[in-house]
Design a protein around this ligand. Sequence first.
Ligand SMILES: Cc1ncc(COP(=O)(O)O)c(C=O)c1O
Length: 411
Amino acid sequence: MKELDIEFVRSQFPAFSSDKLSNKAFFENAGGSFMCKQVIERFDRYFKERKVQPYGFYESSILAGEEMDSARTRMAEYLNVNTEEVLFGPSTSQNTYVLAQSFLEKFESGDEIIVSDQEHEANAGSWHRMLNKGIKVIVWKIDPNTGSLDINDLKNLITEKTKFIAVTHCSNIVGEINDIKIISDIAHKNGSLLIVDGVSYCPHGLPDVNELGADIYFFSAYKTYGPHQGVMVIRENAKKALTNQSHFFNSNYSDKFMVPAGPDHAQVAACNGILDYFDEIFEHHFSSGEMLFGGNKPKNVAKLFRDQEIKLLKPILDYFRNNNKCRLIGPGDNVSRAPTVAFVPKNKSPSNVASDLNGYNIMAGAGDFYAVRPLKALGIDPEEGVVRLSFVHYTSEDEVTKLINSLDKVL
Ligand SMILES: Cc1ncc(COP(=O)(O)O)c(C=O)c1O
């Protein structure tokens, strides 16, 4: 079985060769990952050579437009959807806000939506506000001890009036990977759409959105090695429920109708860099020999990432299992969760733990992480919040060891 070549991986991220960061271990990736060099190079070229009105008549303008288009086409290929189903918007929070305005134009008073309580506010607030317009907002509650969502609860909540279910692929606090395929089957059997927040999932490998069955799927490129840009998939069938939110003359443009802000040209173009990076990972590891999934590039890259993360997550979870000074949030097994590990220290405030970890050159975060609803449901004071340690495939074994040693001292 192929293993991730961690040295090759780290050579793709300039942050790892920066003097400023050389002795620091980065465990706040769920807040925003390091940027791969391919994205930085794309930005550099765009700003130097192509920062003009795109889609015009002269070379730099034509190249700028082509670069934006190729980001969209290639992203669609990676996510296994059609190009016309991919949109770039300023951020996930902005994208869901616009989606909510759009849905409301066709919804009727008494229509129902189901919103999970495991959500970052980006996949909750805009939907909860629909209550003000006469929409019944039903909360799919998490287990107050484990933070998990129960599929049987969803089956009891869904009715023929349910217009959509909004749920995260992976919570930025609980860390558990939800079974989106099962949820989409339930949604579709009942005539509902499924909206999925993939922000905390995608850094661990882009999913096959077609296979998952999500009707709307979004993530934030800045947490997936790229620029500060929201990426959104709206499947053809879901478009019927939506109305144009852009200028009236943009209603027939599949890349524009849900983006009133207009495109950020350089950021869209630079999203190519994420896919350049994934392509290079694929070439480096699979140019010869063993391949799974019939040679499917995104799936092989995602598996390399996940296998590495699962391996490195184990000692961290073992540490928490053998320690009674903290409440670990989410599953204790390394396979069913992403390496986004939140915990509540029993004898110290979360912010003190994070700042003490900084004293040991561990970059970690503390707070509510905009996940106020799940924290409240878990009985955690959002003012205090949690400590969150989050890593991705580029994190090294040494860094994990350093983290565990530092935790021991700090806690
Ligand atoms: C799970 C999750 N969803 C949504 C968001 C919001 O993304 P954006 O910053 O692009 O609005 C975040 C950001 O932290 C997140 O972690």
